[in-house]
Design a protein around this ligand. Structure first.
Ligand code: URA
Length: 278
């Protein structure tokens, strides 16, 4: 029997295929045909016995001012710069400005913009997610897409809204195609969110989902074990009560866990009632 050849996909079908695969943003102005690249990368040059000394790049005291076109600092240097810069940021505005100029995380090169935070910096409750997605990258605000709508409903369930809560992410730039941030990217961004928590200084910190819980609450346990348990979060200047719950994106995929999330929200509401108002 003759095989009938598959018809070639049209542009709409190709785009749908890419979208499905998570490819929903262009990294460059011009397309690059990787299949047409025939050059085999040159083998590294043999190390000369008397290699000339490498130029030493001076470590800036505060934030790196390396132009975008230059290579980002090595991860260890980027983590050190992030720690030093974040530690010295006196206000949230200063912290945001530092991040706007921070060249140590390559995610900023593929993201459209920085997604710093939303809500009230004076709030008694702070929610921290993992990283912005497509909608957040477009709007420059955390949790504005589908999972953001559910987060709004979760916040409303305890009688609050974004004017009474503060919302941020561990990673402030969208990873391309919403891929999981690498451990290195998380380590580089961690000092900034830690300083953000210290500056907001909420009474209750809520980590949303596994990545933010593991990064901030120093646990390797999965969310099924950590959720709903009160932990201490030490800012360095104060101990804050912290509770992990499910990420709203997870609840959208697995609605049967909403019941447990609801228990967590009730515990959060109780803790807020019990904590003396500032
Ligand atoms: N998921 C997150 O973790 N953060 C956002 O801002 C949006 C989706």
């Amino acid at each position: 029997m003759d095989l009938i050849p598959e018809p070639s996909p049209n542009v709409r079908q190709l785009l749908a295929f890419y979208l499905e695969a998570g490819v929903d943003c262009a990294l460059m102005e011009e397309p690059v045909d990787r299949l047409a690249e025939t050059d085999i990368p040159a083998a590294p040059a043999p190390v000369r016995e008397t290699a000339p000394p490498r130029p030493v790049r001076e470590m800036p005291a505060a934030m790196p001012t390396v132009p975008r076109s230059e290579t980002a600092p090595a991860p260890e240097a980027a983590i050190a710069l992030a720690r030093e810069g974040a530690r010295t940021a006196p206000t949230l505005e200063a912290l945001r400005a530092l991040l706007e100029n921070f060249e140590g995380c390559a995610l900023r090169n593929t993201a459209t913009r920085l997604v710093f935070a939303d809500g009230n910096p004076e709030a008694r409750i702070m929610f921290v997610g993992e990283a912005p997605g497509r909608d957040e990258d477009i709007e420059g605000l955390p949790f504005v897409g589908r999972s953001g709508k559910l987060l709004d409903r979760m916040i409303a369930a305890i009688g609050l809204d974004r004017s009474k809560a503060y919302i941020a992410n561990v990673i402030p730039w969208r990873p391309p195609g919403n891929r999981t941030p690498t451990p290195q990217e998380t380590q580089i961004c961690l000092p900034f969110i830690q300083r953000q928590i210290e500056l907001v200084n909420p009474d209750v910190l809520v980590t949303l989902g596994n990545p933010s819980t593991q990064a901030l609450l120093s646990t390797r346990e999965g969310i099924m074990k950590t959720r709903g348990k009160w932990l201490d979060y030490d800012t360095g200047t104060r101990t804050i009560r912290a509770l992990a719950t499910f990420h709203p994106a997870y609840l959208l995929r697995s609605p049967s866990y909403k019941r447990l999330a609801w228990q967590d929200l009730r515990a959060i509401a109780k803790a807020l009632e019990a904590a003396p108002s500032r």
